[in-house]
Design a protein around this ligand. Sequence first.
Ligand code: BGC
Length: 906
Amino acid sequence: MNKTTRSIIFIIFILFTRKNYAQISVDNLLTENLTNPIGIDQKIPRFSWQINTSERNILQNAYEIIVKQNNRVVWNSGKVYSDSSLFVTYKGMPIEADKKYTWKVRIWDNKLKSTNWSNEAYFQTGLLSYTNWKAQWIQPAERSVGDRSVPLFRKKFSISKKIKQATMFITSHGMYEAFINGNRVGDAWLTPGWTSYNKRIQYQAYDVTSLLNKGSNVVGSMLGSGWYHSVLAWNYKGDIYGKDYSLLLQINITYQDGSKDYIITDKSWKTNTSEIEYSEIYNGEITDIRRRKKGWNISAYDDSDWSKVKDTSYPKDILVATINESVAQHEIFRPIKIFKTSSGDQVIDFGQNLVGWVRFKVSGGNSGDTVILSHAEVLDKQGNFYTDNLRTAKAEDIYILNGKSVEETFHPHFTWHGFRYVKIKGYPGEIKRENFEAVALYSNMPSTGTFVTSDTLINQLQHNIQWGQKGNFLDVPTDCPQRDERLGWTGDAQVFFRTASFNRNVYNFFNKWLGDIAADQKPNGLVPDVIPDVLGGNGGSSGWADAAAIIPWNMYITYGDRNILAKQYASMKSLVSYMTASSKNYLWNNGRNFGDWLFFSPFDDKDGQSAVTDKYLIAQCFFAHSTQLLVNTAAVLGKKEDVKFYSDLLLKIKTAFLNEYMTPTGRLVSGTQTAYVLALEFDMLPDSLRLQAANRLVENIKKYRNHITTGFLGTPYIMDVLTKFGRTDVAYQLLFQKTYPSWLYPITKGATTIWERWDGVKPNGTFENPEMNSFNHYAYGAVGDWMYRTIGGIDTYSDAPGYKHAQIKPDVKGHFNSADTRLMTGYGLIKSAWKKSADSLCLNIQIPANTIADLYIPISNKTKEKDIVENNNLLSQDKTIKIIGKENEYFEIQVGSGNYQFKLLY
Ligand code: BGC
């Protein structure tokens, strides 16, 4: 073949492939919202995909899915006429345990063209039923109560045939790390994660095919105290769930010849102590390197002096497969400064308040020398290492050296710390930058949102919000990551949910946690204040307990999954019943009530500046709000009688509110920002009184010279209410405010995360009450939701949730020259970017396939309608154009998928 013939064939090939491989493809295949998951327990899994195209107005008209197990088709959906591309239910042959299934999908678009088949995705099932656990729970035969050392377990076995597939299923009482032939299994940390252990314990599954050899093998595990044993909360002794350190492990092996084998924990395992002689979440770990059992997890190791284990009959029917992404290692920070404080401490500054641990290299010293790493979030006014705000948490990792000259790397295993600064004592030799790094740990939730503006302070605020989320999303949503708390406070989680869901895909993370809400909710409907509940059932607080209604509803809105509502419906209903039963004449006066937690309250408050909101007024607003969400949910689920019943109840709750908390002229008994914000956000007021209430809110903000005074409960909604009532100008005053209390004030003080209090560091550089002063608390970061939804303008309609029908309405009136907001939705990327110059406004909008969006284009008197139309050939697509908004602020256009660029006179 000569060169010319080859070229012609090449060109024909290109043309041919171009023609067949249309510009539309199907990708990002997810099973139960996970990419190629291993160990799922859903017997009816659900599939999602994205349609990738640059073509305009592409919708899905039909799909076809083929699922195979071992090359056998177990489901061929045939051509299904449907526009569903998220959470499509499997309808094939019964799903079996511990099997790998592959699936692919193709779609037909609204122009009736079909795509090629997608690439294959897979999912591997878990054990599905507890009866498939052959393994026994094992534990060291002897161990004293309160011993916090880390035991080792090991088992030697041999393999004589060729392996096709091997999967490890594992869980523990405590936290485990597992090894096969010296290699760590998987890259998850803090496993099996935290659930309401006495009701549900997660197990994980790992593909370990490549870790096993023909011949002799060893599987081993170490167990740290973890949440099961560690002291949790401030006045408990630990061992809340039990005193045993137990392991349950099973490797299912399928050989090439089809036969099977099981390696299981049973009495034949051996145990010994490890070099980690103490491990607690709050306090950290003590590692004595001299006590190391070198090579303990490889086959050549002699374990003849190891002890026997005993097997126990702990329940297996409470085991559930993990549904959320495990905690993983993420960013690595190198020291930005190594220095000595005026008190003489050797300190490293990593430049970012983060959550995780320090990994460092060390060699030499004398045997028995002790290196102590202490962790702190801040330095005090004098620049000294400050740990008072950690309360009783020691947050120290201690390493006792063996004096050998071989360089080794260490980090803790079953704890984490919240820190920016590390104090180092006893390190042999010079502390060199290259020998220390800080590793960030957090749940491996895919990043979905970015928000970048022309204002560096606001970008720093977004950065701090993101880091508040990273640091407090370690398997459960926590209040803070550093002091003796780190609990799943329900209020904090609900306040931050919407912001969290912009930044990352938190579907699986919260889906798992909602399971624990339902598990720990009392039979009378009381929702404990922390989930998993380790405060002995205390709960029911307004704005905290309501997480049981607010989070499922917001998950539905964000991800469009109706099943979440169906699954949580009983829990939501029970919450509302609890409030109704405890109310008198529909007034909800509950005993436990944190109120508008951490509202603005200046010390030495002589003239009543503190923004105190009546706690029962707040309670009544949340009673109404949760009831409203229950009505909405009942409507989505088609429960007509419930809609009627709870709508009637809602009316009574609102009437009781007006009678009790509002004067005839429409003034609320508390004149605070939070009172007006909640009353307006939750529609507590009659139409006729809303505007004046909004004006009162604005007056209040002016009275505080454009400062925010809300606590946890008012903060998430204040900006939204201002925008709804046409006062985004006032919202910007709050956003750009730099003096205390405000969102930017901490940034002027060098914050790299969101603080618990508006005045974590006072203007004079001193600290607030150390008992309650976390520098990494995400609640006030709840403003992120408004930034995405107002400045970027990205939102979804509740009757087409999950951004199936989106709204793009950027607000360009703030002091920004530009804002670039992006959100990876279930359907694909939504982008809303705008840039102003002296006399023009450029907009760059992207809408994913299989969705539509109402696009609101900001205009001024200079903008010409003709430009908007011609910019994108819009008329040719036969779209209606509406001019809406007061003073012609926007053009409204309904568009389908595609990229839209506008350059407008402005
Ligand atoms: C936590 C909060 C939590 C609160 C309840 C605190 O100790 O840190 O964030 O919501 O208690 O009032």
